[in-house]
Design a binder for this molecule. Structure first.
Ligand code: HEM
Length: 540
């Protein structure tokens, strides 16, 4: 009897707890998904920002999904390899711009995003000391936690400053020069695979190869070796798991910004978390064993060439900086290794892939780069001095990053209310900003009537390519948070493109479908199929 009564009380207690929990969840959802965003929307409208009407809790996500489904990312039939791509990659922005111009508000779930494609507005809101009023959006920090952890891309405030201070010197020219050998070695492997594919096709006219696949694999290997070394078993396993994580996160289709939407993807969230723990444990092992072996038997610092060793050296408790700044913990170093991998390989691989496509479509530039390469290197080694003299190749890189920016947007979140100079308006604290880099890079008002044409020579006049506003060209972001790895990209790009150009003649294959698409980065939807002809079968 007593047992039954106790059970009844327990059951009632559990039921009451469940009802309270359900009610609390409902109230939270009501607040986060309707009340708070509706109040923010009123404030934004009061500040003069218009935009498409959202319907909470999804905001403008349904319209975005419908617009993408309708356009299917495909450029008009017969357009060939046109670089007039903004309407295809961001069809919803193209539509809203027609109605609301270059600054407006749209909603990802319950998160307000201030769309900006006006460099003057961007300057007024972020330039100089105002940069400190902005951080990285919380909504993406949560969403991308398995990739970047609290590494530099997502760090804030003092933590960010400390990490950047330690990390930036590791990317100095001298350190990067030591990585050329690794780049040559892995790229030679990729070219060997392509040569085999051509030989297997058995045709003197060459063979069709999806170059993007090899270029991405190559870049992943380069960044893994350059970041933490993958010569030993531990490194190779981290590399495999990082690649698995990349695939997993790509496949998941999350309702960004919708409160509690993660509950709909519990399995994926758990799998990513579990894989993340495995990666962290392996990296921690590598870091701990490196910490113990930074010096050789004679007490001299070992000549390790990867970024992790450089960070450990810069972080060395016996170093001169000790005591002046707080050092990086092993946990923080783990996040930085992951950040380099996820932030550094696909972006660079895309720059190379889009370049090979552009060179295939513009044989005159292929010839110009090959001539420059021969003049500068005399078919000799690709050392740092020679790479630095590849001026035209630098223009081509800049033009490709303009037309096909691998990071198609840059984001910020207002940490305080931001009074915008000149615009006479205030951006409320918590508002996210979405800078549409693709739109600015293709804007005729900034670049002239040939904005959508591939004309690398526009960069002959300077690093801004003749853009009419200095904040109109942002392939690596802006302000204090500008990409820390851009010099590494510049070097890797030159090595890989030079080696490809020495080995193959490139032409666009008939099966290539030009359908650039944004999946975090700006990617070709179905690879980059090129016709590769070995150069010894061609007039060099
Ligand atoms: C074509 C190649 C690349 C592109 C287009 C690119 C683009 C970007 C962009 C747009 C940002 C954000 C800047 C901002 O918020 O203003 C960024 C930040 C960053 N990138 Fe890159 N990146 C490239 C290569 C690399 C490489 C090779 C690495 C490292 C190995 C790297 C590491 C980072 C890191 C750590 C940050 C965060 C910097 C900070 O917040 O202080 N990136 N990159």
């Amino acid at each position: 009897m007593e047992l039954a009564a106790a059970l009844l009380v327990t059951t009632h207690g559990a039921l009451a707890a469940a009802v309270v929990l359900a009610l609390a969840t409902f109230l939270y959802f009501l607040y986060a998904a309707w009340l708070a965003p509706s109040a923010t929307r009123r404030r934004l409208r009061g500040s003069g920002f218009g935009g498409p009407a959202p319907s909470f809790p999804l905001g403008n996500l349904p319209e975005i999904a419908a617009s993408l489904a309708e356009s299917n990312g495909t450029l008009p039939a017969g357009a060939g390899v046109t670089s007039d791509i903004h309407g295809a990659v961001f069809p919803y922005f193209a539509r809203w711009r027609a109605a609301f111009d270059k600054v407006f508000v749209y909603w990802l779930g319950a998160e307000p995003f201030l769309y900006v494609a006006d460099p003057e507005f961007l300057k007024s809101a972020t330039a100089g000391a105002m940069g400190r009023l902005w951080g990285k959006p919380d909504v993406f920090r949560r969403d991308r936690m398995p990739m970047f952890g609290r590494g530099l891309v997502m760090a804030e405030g003092d933590d960010w400053a400390r990490h950047r201070h330690i990390i930036a010197p590791a990317f100095s020219a001298t350190n990067l020069n030591d990585m050329i050998g690794v780049m040559e070695e892995t790229t030679a492997k990729m070219l060997g695979d392509w040569s085999e594919a051509v030989a297997a096709a058995g045709r003197s006219a060459g063979a069709v190869v999806d170059v993007e696949r090899g270029v991405v694999r190559n870049a992943a290997e380069i960044i893994a070796r350059a970041s933490f070394g993958i010569g030993d078993e531990g490194g190779a396993r981290v590399f495999q798991k990082l690649q698995a994580m990349q695939t997993m996160l790509f496949r998941s289709n999350r309702l960004v910004g919708v409160p509690l939407a993660r509950l709909l993807h519990l399995r994926k969230t758990y799998d990513a978390w579990k894989l993340g723990r495995e990666i962290d444990a392996l990296l921690l092992d590598i870091i701990d064993s490196r910490r113990g072996s930074q010096h050789d038997a004679g007490g001299q610092e070992k000549k390790n060439k990867d970024l992790l060793s450089l960070l450990l050296a810069g972080n060395d408790e016996t170093g001169e900086a000790a005591g002046k700044k707080r050092l990086m913990t092993s946990r923080e170093l783990v996040d930085e290794c992951k950040t380099f991998f996820f932030g550094g390989h696909e972006t660079t691989a895309l720059a190379v892939s889009w370049t090979l496509l552009m060179l295939a479509a513009h044989p005159e530039w292929q010839r110009a780069l090959r001539d420059e390469l021969r003049e500068v290197t005399d078919d000799g080694p690709l050392d740092a001095a020679a790479l630095g003299k590849l001026t035209k190749m630098g223009w081509v890189l800049s033009e490709v990053l303009r037309l096909y920016p691998p990071s198609p947007n840059v984001q910020r979140q207002a940490l305080h209310d931001v009074a915008v100079d000149g615009a006479g308006t205030t951006i409320p604290r918590g508002t996210n900003m979405w800078v549409d880099v693709v739109a600015m890079h293709h804007d005729e008002a900034l670049w002239g009537p040939d904005a959508n044409e591939f004309r690398p020579e526009r960069f002959a006049a300077g690093a801004q390519g003749g853009c009419r506003h200095r904040m109109g060209y942002l392939p690596f972001g802006f302000g204090g948070r500008i990409c820390v790895g851009r010099n590494l990209t510049g070097m890797e790009y030159r090595v890989v493109v030079a080696m490809v150009l020495r080995r193959f003649q490139l032409a666009v294959a008939p099966e290539y479908r030009h359908a650039p698409r944004v999946m975090l980065s700006l990617r070709p939807s179905d690879g980059v199929q090129l016709l590769l002809t070995p150069l010894d079968q061609h007039t060099k």
